[in-house]
Ligand binder design. Structure first.
Ligand SMILES: [Cu+2]
Length: 217
């Protein structure tokens, strides 16, 4: 009985030391974590029309570490058609922006994706609905969101981005593609073949709207 009692006392005496250690560790982690990291960063993007598409919308980006959540609500797109969408631009300090009509080098009335590239830069991230999000999926129209019968499109996905993209998000911008200049509610070859993939109509890949990424606070 006496022996058992003293064992308990020893165990209790050891507890304060264990508590001290446990408390010290979270304290260190908190110092290392910083204040901004836990809250993340938010961005709002206004998407404005290109190529007289009549398309517009808003996008919201929120970044937690390297987890980027992209939400897009757009309207005025070609109904029932897939709309390739990307985050364009580079992370090496170039100042890219959304192109205007002067980018239409051959004067055919359409700023093609290639003609727009000097302004808005190359595809950095493909905003697909599932699977790969690299530049390689830029024209994966079977994994791009489809506008509803009223030309509205809603998109939401969380993707893991590179540290360079996380650091330089405000150098980038969002572009949605797919236009319908002859107004027949489908992509056809009335504007020729796509400069990106001759199997696709130009209408399917020409940019429809664009918006620059700015910090929302
Ligand atoms: Cu694009």
């Amino acid at each position: 009985m006496t022996l058992k009692h003293s064992t308990h006392l020893i165990a209790l005496a050891a507890l304060p030391a264990a508590f001290t250690l446990a408390l010290a560790t979270p304290g260190l982690a908190q110092d290392g974590g910083g204040n901004g990291g836990s809250h993340g960063r938010n961005y709002r993007i206004d998407l404005g029309p290109l190529n007289d598409s009549g398309a517009s919308g808003t996008a919201q980006l929120s970044l937690q570490g390297r987890q980027l959540t992209v939400k897009i609500d757009a309207q005025g797109l070609v109904p029932g058609q897939p709309h390739a969408q990307h985050i364009h631009g580079s992370t090496d300090g170039h100042n890219h922006f959304c192109p205007d009509k002067s980018a239409d080098k051959n004067g055919d009335g359409v700023v093609t994706t290639t003609e727009g590239l000097p302004a808005y830069g190359d595809i950095n991230i493909s905003l697909t609905t599932k699977g790969d999000t690299s530049k390689a999926s830029g024209l994966a129209v079977d994994r791009m969101p489809v506008a509803d019968k009223n030309g509205k499109l809603s998109y939401s996905r969380t993707i893991t981005v590179s540290q360079a993209v996380a650091d330089r998000l405000t150098d980038l911008h969002i572009v949605q593609h797919g236009i319908d200049p002859n107004g027949n509610k489908m992509y056809d070859f009335s504007k020729g073949k796509s400069d990106l993939d001759p199997k696709l109509p130009q209408e399917a890949t020409a940019p429809a709207d664009c918006g620059m990424i700015h910090s929302s606070h």
